[in-house]
Design a protein around this ligand. Structure first.
Ligand code: 6GU
Length: 252
């Protein structure tokens, strides 16, 4: 997959995506990340990319012309047309479903705003969709772009050493992940749950599913709200809730 990033801070984005699984995906040729600085597409000595906002008020707006030229250069750099995503708090909230959909495209362009954002006409004419990474405000789209690249990069075929990791992620089936343990079995901070040492793979799978369901119910009930659980999952969750109620009673 090819990702082009339009940003006033190319170094920030590159640095963020140069390590770990996603850095390795680039070295393996599974993912290409290119950065484009709108300042390189200005024609004035000050390399101006922003101007004051019509109507007044604080903050600057990224102007059309440098972005139009930059996006034209991005378009010309590869054969496939790119799906253009603008990162902003006004966008639709990013979900794992969206991540999976974007990760399947051959090419996307990420447009990062700074200041008060980009001229609205850029959004209308050069952007396919607007994406937010959560309900809070960042000082620019770069960290959000890095989040998107990380989430997409690790899903590229061959990026994860064990493809099961992606399948077992939180959210890959709409649930939070189960707890994980490594050695030692016994520690001053507690012991590994017995079932994980049992070698009974069916029992382990059941326990993990139950933990995933239980944690989702405890921490993110919104994820379960719109969902019909199959009878097996419902039974596991009911048992978890019963246990949880008993354990909380014991505390009082
Ligand atoms: Cl994508 N950009 C900015 N600037 N702030 C954000 C965001 C994006 N998502 C959440 N907050």
């Amino acid at each position: 997959m090819r990702i082009d990033v339009v940003t006033l801070f190319p170094g920030l984005v590159r640095e963020c995506v140069s390590v770990g699984v996603v850095g390795r995906a680039q070295k393996r040729g599974l993912l290409q990340v290119y950065t484009w600085n709108p300042r390189d597409h200005t024609h004035d000595p000050h390399r101006t990319v922003d101007a004051t906002s019509y109507g007044g008020g604080p903050g600057m707006v990224m102007m059309i012309e440098p972005l139009r030229r930059t996006l034209a250069a991005v378009s010309g750099a590869a054969a496939e047309p790119a799906h253009v995503v603008y990162l902003s708090p006004q966008g639709a909230r990013l979900t794992q479903d969206k991540v999976v959909a974007l990760a399947g495209l051959p090419r996307i362009t990420l447009l990062c705003g700074r200041y008060e954002g980009v001229d609205e006409r850029v959004l209308a004419h050069a952007v396919d969709e607007e994406v937010s990474i959560g309900d809070y405000v960042l000082s620019g789209g770069e960290l959000a772009a890095a989040v998107v690249i990380d989430a997409l990069g690790r899903l590229q075929e061959g990026a994860l050493n064990d493809a099961r990791s992606a399948l077992e992620d939180s959210f890959s089936d709409g649930l939070l992940d189960c707890p994980h343990y490594a050695k030692p079995v016994h520690d001053a901070w507690g012991s590994v749950p017995e079932v994980l040492l049992s070698g009974d793979h069916a029992a382990i799978a059941r326990w993990r599913r139950q933990q995933a369901l239980g944690r989702t119910w405890l921490r993110r009930p919104d994820l379960l709200a719109g969902r019909d659980l199959d009878a097996g999952s419902q039974a596991l969750l009911d048992a978890f809730r019963l246990n949880h109620a008993k354990a909380s009673d014991g505390e009082n």
